[in-house]
Design a binder for this molecule. Structure first.
Ligand SMILES: Cc1cc2ncn([C@H]3O[C@H](COP(=O)(O)O)[C@@H](O)[C@H]3O)c2cc1C
Ligand SMILES: O=C(O)c1cccnc1
Length: 379
């Protein structure tokens, strides 16, 4: 069942439409500005035209941010200075509207849905009355944040000791993410944002990025929520141990070329759902704005399953985590802003939403030289 849904989604992901891409490039060059003067905004508008298959593309609005939350067994290795229960406490904060992503989403007109993908701490007493909804199709623009429960298991295993989850659990997570993207698109959202919450998830992200890009753990493992030098060295060592364990596992079971096995072994429950969410958005040809190192790592998984998924992605920002830049380079994506953020939750992506809309508005609304009667340069 889940295999079928994944196969169907992967089959639906197609490259950018070359005719719409060409039309958007041509139109950008006829707008009343020097060629290329709007820089990366031009690239974004062309990318979204290719995704929509029409030039100009539709306004990427309204937007919805799905914050996927889960806990990580590798937390036991002392890779984060924060206690694990902060993951659940932050879910309560998201639902009460008090987290950074809530403030930024309110300001930028994005709806927020929180997904429990596998948090260890029981949420019951922390969830406000009426906040739980059965699925994401009822999330309203301008409405209060809601919680959707898609718990595959309560917390992943410690990746430095054993696989984070089984292949079936990784598949189940991917499928939930695909389904949630479909529900939001069905509800009328025309731009999706993937956010994350999970204490210790920068460790699993570093492991995925090292594995998918072949980069040394020292280059992709960062300070996360803020650790000192000794803890950082230890964290790099933990990622190294996880990669060595995975390499031995792949040697013995022959899964070295299987992105789902890689995800199951080194990732987290939220990485699985975020990767599915990205695949789902791409299958529906709706833009997906990426946040920091967690969504970067998840996009590597998605791109290994369906390389054309990248044509649906916009890199909202570049996080201070070093692995993020490595992931973006591997994917060929240029981040829109670099504000030295290192938060996650979808915060950097939500900040970039006005820029994504501006990119499209320019292509839709600017006058051409012909229409405005402006003389073009002579050579
Ligand atoms: C209060 C608080 C709010 C957060 N919001 C996002 N994160 C971010 O930090 C965590 C990853 O960093 P590490 O791997 O170092 O634990 C994730 O939960 C991520 O979403 C937060 C972390 C904290 C402490
Ligand atoms: O890159 C991110 O999004 C990030 C960085 C540090 C901690 N949590 C998330």
């Amino acid at each position: 069942m889940t295999d079928d849904q994944l196969a169907e989604t992967l089959a639906a992901i197609r490259p950018a439409d070359p005719t719409a891409l060409g039309a958007a490039r041509d139109r950008q060059n006829r707008l009343t500005k020097p060629h290329g003067a709007l820089g990366v905004l031009e690239e974004v508008s062309i990318r979204l035209a290719g995704l929509a298959g029409t030039c100009p593309p539709p306004d990427p609005s309204p937007a919805a941010v799905a914050v996927f939350a889960a806990d990580h067994g590798v937390h036991a290795q002392g890779v984060s200075p924060w206690p694990q229960e902060v993951t659940a406490q932050m879910i309560a904060n998201f639902l009460a509207g008090g987290a950074a992503v809530n403030v930024l989403a309110r300001q930028n007109g994005a709806a927020v849905v929180v997904v429990d993908a596998g948090v260890v701490t029981p949420l019951d007493a922390m969830v406000p009355e009426g906040a739980r909804v059965p699925d994401a199709s009822t999330i309203e623009p301008g409405g209060r944040p809601r919680l959707v429960e898609r718990v595959v298991r309560r917390g992943s295993d410690d990746i430095s000791v054993r696989p984070a989850m089984t292949r079936e659990q990784a598949l189940e997570g991917l499928t939930h993410g695909i389904t949630i993207a479909g529900e939001l698109v069905g509800a009328g959202y025309r731009c999706l944002v993937a956010g994350d919450m999970g204490i210790a998830n920068t460790t699993a992200s570093a492991a995925l990025i090292a594995a998918f890009t072949g980069t040394d753990p020292a280059e992709v493992t960062g300070l996360g929520t803020g650790i000192d030098d000794a803890a950082h060295r230890h964290k790099i060592g933990v990622v190294r141990v996880a990669l060595a364990r995975r390499a031995a596992e792949a040697d013995s079971d022959g899964t070295g070329d299987d992105p789902i096995a890689e995800l199951a072994s080194l990732g987290g429950l939220e990485h699985a759902q975020i990767a599915g969410f990205i695949l789902g958005a791409a299958a529906h040809r709706v833009p997906i704005v990426l946040d920091g190192v967690i969504s970067g790592a998840s996009t590597l998984v998605a791109a290994a399953l369906a390389p054309d998924v990248v044509d649906a992605c916009v890199a909202g920002h570049r996080s201070a985590e070093p692995g993020h830049a490595v992931a973006l380079k591997h994917l060929g994506l240029t981040p829109l802003v670099d504000l030295e953020l290192r938060l996650g939750e979808g915060s950097g992506a939500v900040l970039a939403l006005p820029l994504v809309r501006s990119a499209v508005a320019v292509l839709r609304e600017m006058a051409t030289f012909d229409a405005a009667g402006v003389t073009e340069k002579s050579s």
